[in-house]
Design a protein around this ligand. Structure first.
Ligand code: 1GP
Length: 233
């Protein structure tokens, strides 16, 4: 299987264009040793705030990818693009509807080599993304495995994203996900606010994504990079 452009990432910070971050904090995040910055958010994402954040992150030598979740927020100039496909919803606009609308407008401009679909499985009912997409968050382990097989084996997605945004997830579920992901990259995000949680999630996930804690406890956010660095890559 060919290596994807995000294939070596073990740790990524996710920055929300709708939130404020000082230059000092951004400098600490971008020079922390993380592998990448992902820009994305579930609400309040606009062309302006996305361009603004991208141009600030662009001063640093690290991968910067955009998670495209709205038409407004589709901005050129990133190293890579993620297009989320929510696997655990029955609302078709979050599976193919919005994506097709986006392709109708931007289809000819998409840098396909640096664009990847993400098979999102949203497992925290309180997360904005879960409410927005009507995700069925209460999955039993056999249901989770079926969703992952759908993404990995039938849809051949290059990555699965276990999303607990705002809450630390069930590591047994993550371990089960790992067992059926095969070569597909497994991303985990949600509630990582300490080195110990980073280490636990990085045991099963290929890439851990750290978001909220950047805005509430910068030192704790930075400690998550060190925790992953100390594990074998
Ligand atoms: C959000 O998965 C990311 O999309 C990270 O989650 O904000 O809870 O760290 P947190």
């Amino acid at each position: 299987m060919k290596e994807e452009w995000f294939g070596k990432w073990r740790h990524a910070f996710k920055l929300d264009p709708d939130k404020t971050i000082s230059d000092e904090a951004l400098d600490a995040i971008c020079t922390s040793g993380t592998d990448a910055i992902i820009i994305g958010g579930s609400s309040g994402v606009t062309f302006e705030n996305t361009v603004d954040l991208m141009s600030r992150v662009r001063r640093y030598e690290l991968d910067c990818a955009l998670e495209v979740s709205t038409m407004d927020g589709a901005v050129p100039g990133f190293d890579g693009y993620f297009v989320p496909i929510v696997l655990n919803t029955d609302r078709s606009e979050w599976i193919i509807g919005n994506q097709i609308e986006g392709l109708m407008t931007y289809g000819t401009f998409v840098p396909w080599e640096e664009t990847a679909a993400q098979g999102y499985i949203i497992l925290n009912e309180d997360a904005t993304a879960a409410k927005l997409t009507g995700a069925k968050t209460e999955l039993e382990v056999d249901e989770l495995i079926a969703h992952i097989r759908m993404g990995v084996q039938l849809m051949r997605l290059p990555l699965i994203y276990m999303e607990y945004s705002g809450r630390f997830g069930d590591m047994e579920m993550l371990r089960s996900a790992r067992s059926v992901c095969g070569e597909t990259r497994l991303f985990y995000g949600g509630g990582i606010d300490s080195a110990e949680k980073a280490r636990q999630a990085a045991e099963w996930a290929d890439t851990i994504v750290v978001g909220n804690v950047i805005y509430t406890d910068l030192a704790a956010a930075l400690s998550t990079v060190v925790a992953v660095d100390s594990l074998q890559k």
